[in-house]
Each structure stands twice: as structure tokens, then as C-alpha cells.
Design a protein around this ligand. Structure first.
Ligand SMILES: [Zn+2]
Length: 105
């Protein structure tokens, strides 16, 4: 079963654990199968790329690696607080709402 993520691409999240605790970043990708998300500027891993031909230099690229959804909190764009997310159904449409300020996200 694929869990429905309360956090989606484009959201801004706050890291609540790990070495990047306190950092905020934008969600660039969500992986509902594993309950993980890729957050811009967070959990940066250095990846070494070997030279493919002789004479070429190896490179080090920095890439974010996925973090578990339980390590982040959604930052509400309306009230600016780390929000708990709830749902509200109106006219058969499910809206995601911030439990702090009650606005639809
Ligand atoms: Zn809010």
C-alpha cells in the first residue's frame, strides 16, 4: 500500500531531526512508496564522480539525499509556523489544511 504523503512537491519544510535540524528547504521530490522526500539544501551528500577518460578530472558533486517524512514538519506559508496538517472535506473535495491557522494549503 502506498501511503498518502501529507507533504508534497513545492512545500517548504522544517527539519526537526538529524544533522540538518532547524534548516528549512523546498521539497523537490516526493517518494510516496518509501515515505521519503528530497529537500533542497538538506541532507547533502558528496558524490564523487570518477574521471571517465584519462586526462579528465574527477568531480565532487553535492546532492541532497532523501529524508524520512517523519524528520520534517511542513512550514505553513500562511502563518509561517511548523504546522500539523489536517484535511477538510468541502463539496466532495479534500482540502489540506494547516491545523494552526486553519487555512487551506
Ligand atoms: Zn498556518
Amino acid at each position: 500500500m502506498i501511503a498518502k504523503l501529507k507533504i508534497k512537491k513545492g512545500d517548504t519544510v522544517l527539519m526537526i531531526s538529524g544533522k540538518d535540524r532547524g534548516k528549512t528547504g523546498k521539497v523537490i521530490r516526493a517518494f510516496p512508496q518509501s515515505g521519503r522526500i528530497l529537500v533542497e539544501g538538506v541532507q547533502i551528500r558528496k558524490k564523487h564522480i570518477r574521471p571517465r577518460r584519462s586526462g579528465e578530472k574527477g568531480q565532487v558533486v553535492q546532492q541532497p539525499s532523501p529524508v524520512a517524512i517523519s524528520n520534517v514538519k511542513l512550514l505553513c506559508p500562511k502563518c509561517g509556523k511548523p504546522a500539523r496538517v489536517g484535511y477538510r472535506v468541502e463539496a466532495n473535495t479534500k482540502h489540506r489544511v494547516c491545523k494552526e491557522c486553519k487555512s487551506v494549503l
